[in-house]
Design a protein. Structure first.
Length: 556
């Protein structure tokens, strides 16, 4: 293939790979019938983004990693979607006589010329990697289907009065498509929760993205009863019950990835509100760095979780990533010679090789009841989803001093508050001092968008807030299409790791013990949540606004 030879020479000239590597990969590409840029990614020589950036440079095209917010759905709807999928491309813009096409396969450029029939006289090609193109095409197909359903489902034709029983509501194909499209839309946008909220004139559809709620759509109140009934049926809830809260689960694959959707309904004055929490069941990371732990923190955590016995507690508000951290610890410890047992409410992520138990209060299977049974099952590691009461705390701490490693979560404001909470739950001081290995407090902060973040010299107020004696360059948000004009892209954990050393152990046993005195030791010898966030501000990973938002919360 002439293209492969030319591209190989280009890579050699750019000193990307050696001559031997280039021609070896070229020969392999020719025998496989693949373009060389595909073989580069398959061989592991480089990631997809790097390979397609080089391809764009070779072809003298622009390379762009396009975000969902950059797409013009009205423009896309003007083109045949079957051809867009076949050619793996999307129209990005039509300005004057120039049509900009985003594509991932440069060998299909001739076919794209037929799109000039829809407008424009010349085409400008922009290269994007195939995985992102698939993501964009899936989003487009789903969003257009959603728009079409809402347009077809007119109030006049499909009026469903509030007086009609939900058991009598006809759930037709458009409603089914709309329900599925909302779930897919949330996945595409990286949402963690879906909020569907009825009000007198409309129904709000909001997604929680990077910790912030964003209004996506206003739905018709006439459509809502059918939508609600559909979600209730999918999550095995009682569709006739409107007066009490209900909880259920939907399991389905979206674009080949398995997801769980935890559905919660609650009656409000305008009808039942639905909140759907999203869990990716395929998440299987053992990499602590993906949590946001730096090397020093990873060393501290590894030293704790590889101890043969003791209890380690995670603390932080709901949605701070405690479950993700616990699951990462479990995956790291999951070996053939280790018996790991968990009791959870609910089981958020199934892990092969680990015995996971779902709490069932109706059958009297509580955290405490499961823990008592676990001790007769010869476990090495026990994970308790949450310590909520004195009985669970008593059994967990006693298990920790009898040869078991216990991992759990508990609600306190910081790591040092864990000790006070256990003592207030009735755990004797000597048992707390003997069983507790350490506590980890965590929060999530938003990461700056790497494409548009801009340098900023600290002001006097910012220097005072960060404890700086001289000006520093930090970064602030700006906003661009890549981050949907928010200035942020994703979130990362910030941690406070308290190791129970002899000083803290003696403090616990002393008569004048207070959590404030323990907190002083933590602040003196260990990195706190605020200290960790401060480091991320100075490293250009997050903003001073994210740091400031934590100050009042953590110090409250």
């Amino acid at each position: 293939m002439i293209f492969n030879t030319s591209f190989a020479k280009y890579l050699i000239e750019k000193k990307i790979i050696t001559k031997k590597e280039a021609f070896t990969l070229r020969d392999k590409s020719n025998s496989n019938g693949n373009p060389l840029f595909v073989e580069l990614v398959k061989s592991g020589k480089m990631d997809e983004e790097t390979a397609y950036t080089l391809l764009a440079g070779f072809l003298n095209y622009e390379y762009r990693f396009v975000q969902l917010s950059e797409l013009d759905l009205e423009l896309v709807r003007a083109y045949p979607r079957d051809k867009l999928v076949e050619y793996s491309g999307l129209p990005l813009s039509l300005e004057g006589d120039e049509l900009t096409i985003l594509c991932s396969n440069p060998f299909r450029t001739e076919e794209f010329k037929q799109f000039l029939h829809f407008g424009g006289k010349k085409i400008k090609f922009v290269i994007s990697p195939p995985s992102q193109m698939k993501h964009l095409l899936d989003y487009v197909n789903n969003k257009i289907q959603q728009v079409n359903v809402l347009a077809d489902y007119s109030d006049e034709e499909k009026d469903i009065s509030s007086g009609v029983s939900e058991t009598d509501i006809a759930i037709d194909a458009p409603v089914i498509k709309l329900c599925d499209s909302i779930l897919k839309d949330a996945i595409s946008r990286g949402a963690s929760d879906i909020h569907i909220e009825p009000f007198p004139r409309c129904v709000y559809l909001r997604f929680r993205i990077d910790g912030k709620l964003t209004k996506i759509e206003e739905l018709s109140t006439h459509l809502y009863p059918a939508l609600l009934a559909r979600y209730k049926i999918m999550s095995d809830l009682n569709i006739a019950e409107r007066r009490v809260p209900q909880d259920g689960k939907i399991s389905m694959d979206i674009n080949g990835v398995p997801y769980d959707f935890r559905v919660s309904t609650i009656p409000t004055i305008h009808g039942e509100k639905v909140v759907i929490r999203i869990y990716n069941r395929s998440f299987s990371s053992r990499d602590f760095s993906k949590l946001g732990l730096n090397q020093k923190q990873m060393d501290l955590v590894l030293n704790m979780i590889t101890r043969p016995h003791g209890i380690i507690l995670l603390t932080g508000p709901t949605g701070s990533g405690k479950s993700t951290t616990l699951y990462t610890f479990l995956r790291y410890l999951n070996n053939e010679d280790t018996n790991i047992m968990t009791v959870e409410d609910p089981v958020e992520n199934e892990i092969e090789g680990i015995n996971q138990v779902q709490v069932n209060p109706k059958a009297n299977l509580t955290f405490a009841a499961a823990l008592r049974s676990f001790l007769r099952q010869d476990p090495n590691v026990i994970m308790v989803g949450e310590i909520r009461d004195e009985e669970t705390a008593q059994i967990a701490t006693r298990a920790a001093i009898t040869g078991h490693l216990v991992l759990s979560s508990i609600h306190t404001n910081d790591a040092s508050g864990v000790i006070t909470r256990l003592i207030n739950m009735g755990i004797p001081k000597y048992l707390v001092a003997d069983s507790l290995l350490g506590a980890i407090s965590q929060r999530l902060v938003r990461k700056l968008c790497p494409k548009c973040k801009q340098e900023h010299i600290t002001t006097k107020a910012e220097m005072q807030l960060l404890g700086l004696k001289e000006e520093r360059v930090i970064y602030e948000k700006k906003g661009c299409p890549f981050c949907s004009h928010t200035g942020y892209l994703g979130r990362i954990g910030v941690f406070e790791i308290m190791i129970i050393n002899d000083e803290i152990r003696n403090m616990i046993m002393s008569d004048d013990f207070t959590s404030e005195k323990v907190a002083e030791i933590v602040e003196r010898d260990m990195v706190t949540v605020l200290g960790n966030t401060r480091e991320r501000v100075l490293n250009g990973e997050t903003t001073i606004e994210e740091y400031d938002s934590l100050v009042d919360i953590v110090k409250a």
